[in-house]
Structures are given as structure tokens and as C-alpha cells.
Design a protein around this ligand. Sequence first.
Ligand SMILES: Cc1cc2nc3c(=O)[nH]c(=O)nc-3n(C[C@H](O)[C@H](O)[C@H](O)COP(=O)(O)OP(=O)(O)OC[C@H]3O[C@@H](n4cnc5c(N)ncnc54)[C@H](O)[C@@H]3O)c2cc1C
Length: 511
Amino acid sequence: MNEHEIKEVVIVGGGTAGWMAAAAFSRFLNNGRTRTTLIESEEIGTVGVGEATIPPLAAFNTLVGIDEMEFVRATQGTFKVGIEFVNWGGLGERYFHPFGSHGQDLSGIHFHQLYLRERKRRVMQDISAWSISAVAASRGKFARAGSDARWPLTDLHYAYHFDAGLYAKFLRGFAERNGVRRLEGKIVDVSLDSESGNVHSVTLADGRTVEGDFFIDCSGFRGLLIEQALHTGYEDWTHWLPCDRAVALPSTYAGQPDPFTRSTAHASGWQWRIPLQHRMGNGHVYCSAHISDDEAEKVLRANLEGEVLADARRIPFTTGRRKLSWNRNVVTLGLSSGFVEPLESTSIHMIQAGIARLIALFPDKRFNPIERDQYNSQMQTLYEWVRDFVILHYKATLRDDSDFWNQCRTMTVPDSLQARIDLFRTKGRVFAETLELFATTSWVAVMFGQHIVPDDYEPVVDALDEDRIAAALEQMRLACLEVVEQLPDHGEFIARTCAATSAAKPTEFAF
Ligand SMILES: Cc1cc2nc3c(=O)[nH]c(=O)nc-3n(C[C@H](O)[C@H](O)[C@H](O)COP(=O)(O)OP(=O)(O)OC[C@H]3O[C@@H](n4cnc5c(N)ncnc54)[C@H](O)[C@@H]3O)c2cc1C
């Protein structure tokens, strides 16, 4: 046993970030000596949005020990195989960013290079015809691939949509059952150690003081510890990601839930559509320099499919990231650590990524700066990768129908993104780093979908016989269609495995 071992971990905030951290710590710091306490304030509440995710969340559930079907059922969840983008490249256009890949590589050559080569010979369907996720989405189908499944079913990667409030409640139950202590109350004061400058304790409105060795700031945009107490600083990315507000409204819907998120671009922002089992989540993300709050809400209401279920929730934000994710004895997770806006549903993933790295670099009371610096450097890189990918959606457009789109289309982007665009434009090359969240398929889907189409393909493709390429492509396209035909409707899959209203125990229903 290490005499410097951290004994008291204090999580400030009980939104998605706080309860994800608590659930993970209840599993990974479960050594009988380290206590985790979470403080949350019902009076302040949570941000109340954040309902679409990306595939790595399944790995979080598995590592923490959460049963997938129980989780989907408890959160009124649905499955998500990608995002449909409407009106992004140009008005009236749509494309699909799928989870999983387009087609299969041949002799080590990436599928999209084969596609580019074949495009020189004939008119081709959209590249999404080679993605089982995109084909399944277009037909409202879904199933989990069983352990003996073969391609293309193995490429039907998925994530979840869920009710954010129910998710925090579900995680809370899990964490409390596993020993996390929860305190309800509003923190009104943070005291620092006069020698080290570390956070020593927080004081609640009722006078209780909670001391800790290590604090996790999950207090949302306000950054109670990381900013208000430690003045860490914030890097503002508004010049690249100009949307700075959102208005959210849940609504009813009829019929089957789509197994995908839809993002529809409007004149001064975009609208999300997230189908859950019991309602539709909707929101309009917009740029306040180009549209007023009232106008933005009007646009959202005019574009809803069902009846409105609650009052509108207006949320201001500043895109960017906290200059240090770990400062002194405080690590920040969730909205207090930064926000790259919700277009690619990456925020909850950034929480997960932060938790994973924190567990790998968990400190002792000496707070070795090497661990902290490594954490900060990794989180900075992750944030910047996501930032560049999201900026691409705004930059790569033909839209010239509003001041907002003119601003986005003509803006200067980070050098790192410009270099990727230039490289892709010549011969369709993508070099995603191993740990990068968005791999080749994602970059290809958005570049193609938003009119960045390469002039040529890689010379190495010419080493393959062109008839062989043509035959292989046709085989792959037909395989996607054939397999999707056999899948159940997404609604049927949910009804049989994880319907929130069903008292039956989830049953296996996989292909
Ligand atoms: C418009 C919008 C849409 C989004 N959509 C997505 C999406 O689709 N996918 C995605 O991955 N992410 C999305 N996000 C991000 C996602 O909502 C957040 O990453 C996630 O909800 C985590 O929030 P949080 O826990 O950091 O903060 P919050 O939910 O704000 O929680 C903060 C917690 O801190 C507590 N607290 C604050 N101050 C005090 C105090 N003084 N005393 C005690 N407690 C305090 C609060 O009570 C609360 O419990 C979206 C965000 C926005 C703004």
C-alpha cells in the first residue's frame, strides 16, 4: 500500500459527466481504501441535452459492467448507425455518415480508392450504397451482429440515442449500488490550500464542508473548480465553430424510430432530430450573430414533426476547450472541460476518453507533473482532432444562401484541417492517426458528401485489374442490400429486446 494513495475523490456535479465518472470509479477504484463522493444540486439541475452517442460507448458499458439491453431499456434508448446530413453540402442535398466502413479493402488498398478508380469508368451510385449502416438506415432496419456473423453484417456498427435525464439516473443507481456516496446540495464556496494552491474542500449552502485529495470537476459550463477557483483559462474556437446557442424541444412522433440521428442545416445553424422510444429529441443549434433567439425557436417549431411536449430550453455556449484538462488536483470532465458543439455527438465520448485516460494515469497525493502533462497533452490532441472534423462540415459547403454560410464557407480553417483537405483533394488520401476518433470512412463520407471530391486516385490502384475491381464492387454492393433485407425493422428489434414498456426480460435477437 502506498502511503501517498488518494483516499478521497470528490466529483462535483451529477450530470452525464459526473455519473459516468462515478460509475467508472466505482468499478476501477474499488480497492476498499479510496472513497468516491459525488455532489450534485437539484436546484441547479443539469444541462438536459446530450442524447446521441458514437460507437465507443458500448466499450465503456462493457468495461464498467453495464448490461447493454438493461441500459437501453432504462433510458428509453434506441440504436444509431450513423448520422444523416441534410442541406449541408448544398440546399436539397443529403448524405450519410455511417458507423462502420464503406465496402471492403482489396489487396490492402482502401475501398474508397477502388471506388474513385471505378468512377472514372462509369457513373456510380453514392458511396453510401457500399455501407451496410447507410443501407440499413435508409430502410429503417437494425440488428446486432451475432458472434458468427460475417461481412457486411460485422460492419453494422452502432451507438445509442437515450434520454439524458434517464441516463444520469441509471448511472446513479449503478454507482450508488457499487459504493459511491452521493451528497445533495449547492456548493457555495471552494477553498484552496494556501501552500500548494490545490483545492482543499468545498462548502455546501447548508454549511457542510467536504474535503478531498482529488477533485473531478463535472459542474458543466460554469467550471466551478477548474475555472472559478483555479482560473485555468479557456481557448475559444468560435471563429471556427460560430454556433453559440441552442434551443431544445422534445416532441411526439408516430411510427418506427429511425436508427440514425438527422442533422438538417438551416440558414443560420442546424437542427438535430434524435428518435427515442418515448419521444423525439429536437434542437436548433445556431449562431446568435445571424439569428435572434426568438427567430431560432420559430425555425425549430416550424420544423417539428409532432406535438411539442415541453417548454423550450435555451442554452448558450462557447465552443472551445479548457486550456488544461488537469490543473493542480482537479481534473475536468464534460462541459467544464470544453465543448466542440454537438454536430458529431462527440461530447459524451470525450467524457469517456477522459475517464479512460484518468484511470490509466491515476495519481497519488504527490501529483507527479509527468502524469498530469501526459493527460493534458492527450486530451488536447483528442479535442483538436474532433474540432477539425466538425469544422470540416461548416467549411466544405456550396451554400451561399445566407450570411452565416458565406461566413463559414470563406473562413480560414486550422492548418491541420487545411492540410487534410488539400491532401484529400488530390488523390483521396486520408491518414487518420491510430487513436483518432474519426477514421478514414468518416473523413471520406463528409468530404464526398460535401463536395470535396478528389481529382484522381492513388497510382497504386492501377496494380489491380479493373474488371476485378468492378466485379468486387458489385458483389459488395449486392451483399449489403441482401443482408439488410433480412434484418428486422429497428422498432421490431427494440420491441423484442429492450422496449422500456415491456416487463419481459431482454432476449437475444442478433444475426
Ligand atoms: C445543445 C447541446 C446539445 C448536445 N448534444 C449532445 C449529443 O447529442 N451528444 C453528446 O455526446 N453530447 C451532447 N452535448 C453535450 C452533453 O450534453 C454533455 O457532454 C453532457 O450532458 C455532460 O454534461 P455535464 O455533466 O458536463 O454538465 P451538466 O449536465 O450541466 O451537469 C452539471 C452538474 O453540476 C452540478 N453543479 C453545478 N454547479 C453546482 C454547484 N454550485 N453545486 C453543486 N452542484 C453543481 C449540476 O447540478 C449538475 O448536476 C450537447 C450539449 C449541448 C449544449
